[in-house]
Design a binder for this molecule. Structure first.
Ligand code: KIV
Length: 271
């Protein structure tokens, strides 16, 4: 066991050291015990209990519907499995945007009920008061700028963000604000590679990209996408490391055939 009490081997401090020495940070999502265990054993640095659970676990079109209770359920399953990786949990839509007291109450529930290490929040200046209040309670925050899926109804599209100068300038300003407030890292989603490189070089905290090019300090993907469990989602930034959709589909088809034919269970598979 590589934990000391509740402190896992990868800490926010270790991530900052990794940035300083130029070591890239690996991050993937997980929402359940079995997946988190395999990821931790493989040596992933950061596990994100993302609100993408709304999509890949629950089948919603957007991340908007997932609740705090549902995020806590997923996060508890993950923290039970992990001894090494830093665990970050998304604060879901509607639990931090309006009122900083409510935001703090949501973050405290995540920390107390799941034993995760940090929370992640989407947005910059608009959520700064909530960010400051949560940080002042000693809860580490990872920011999230660029494409922010919780605001999908505002933008109406998942296309590349911050291509225009005004939006890029705001993103850079927001990144500095989050760093000055005390966030330990920021996810940048689906922005031009050059902008990703600029933010990572201007800021001292680790910048983790998803579709933000190679010039950032680390990369994150949704685990179901990189394993090829989902096969209908193919953005340019996604590299598939397996075709689990094909492998699982083949296994299920063979199982069904074996049950139907009476081949399963055989003599050795019974008592
Ligand atoms: O919810 C999620 O999976 C995320 C990643 C896309 C960064 O926020």
């Amino acid at each position: 066991m590589s934990t000391q009490g509740n402190v896992r081997a990868v800490t926010t401090y270790r991530l900052s050291e990794m940035k300083q020495r130029g070591e890239k940070i690996s991050m993937l999502t997980a929402y359940d015990y079995s997946m988190a265990r395999i990821l931790d054993e493989a040596g992933i640095d950061v596990i994100l209990v993302g609100d993408s659970a709304a999509n890949v676990m629950a089948g919603h079109e957007t991340t908007v519907p997932i609740t705090l209770d549902q995020m806590i359920y997923h996060a508890r399953s993950v923290t039970r499995a992990v001894s090494r990786a830093l665990i970050v949990v998304d604060l879901p839509f509607g639990t931090y945007q309006g009122n900083s007291k409510e935001a703090l109450a949501s973050a405290i529930r995540i920390m107390k009920e799941t034993e995760a290490d940090a929370v992640k929040m989407e947005g910059g200046e608009e959520i700064l008061e909530s960010v400051q209040r949560i940080l002042s309670a000693g809860i580490p925050i990872m920011g999230h700028l660029g494409l922010t899926p919780q605001s999908i109804h505002k933008y109406g599209t998942y296309s590349v963000r911050a291509k225009e100068k005004a939006e890029a300038d705001k993103l850079v300003r927001d990144a500095h604000l989050l760093e000055e407030a005390g966030c330990f890292g920021i996810v940048l989603e689906k922005i031009p590679a050059e902008l990703g490189r600029r933010v990572a070089s201007e800021l001292h905290i680790p910048i983790i990209g998803i579709g933000a090019g190679p010039g950032v300090d680390g990369q994150v993907l949704v685990v179901h996408d990189m394993l090829g469990i989902t096969n209908e989602f193919s953005p340019r930034f996604l590299r598939r490391y397996a075709d689990l959709h094909g492998i699982m589909s083949d296994a299920f088809t063979r199982y069904i055939a074996d049950v139907k034919s009476g081949d399963f269970p055989n003599e050795k598979e019974q008592y």
